[in-house]
Design a protein around this ligand. Structure first.
Ligand SMILES: [Zn+2]
Length: 53
């Protein structure tokens, strides 16, 4: 721990939460439909039909 440059690494991964997520075989947290694109709805990821726009 003698290299001061290590302090340049900034914390805060929690700050950037994606609003949409692509997964090859994602499952909607609301209706359990299998969809590639899911959208963040609070703490869940739901399909476009379940997302409240
Ligand atoms: Zn759904």
């Amino acid at each position: 721990m003698s290299d001061p440059s290590l302090d340049d690494v900034a914390p805060g991964d929690d700050a950037a939460v994606p609003t949409a997520r692509w997964t090859a075989d994602g499952v909607c947290d609301a209706c359990e439909a299998v969809v590639s694109w899911r959208f963040r709805d609070d703490e869940r990821y739901v399909c476009a039909d379940c997302k409240e726009w």
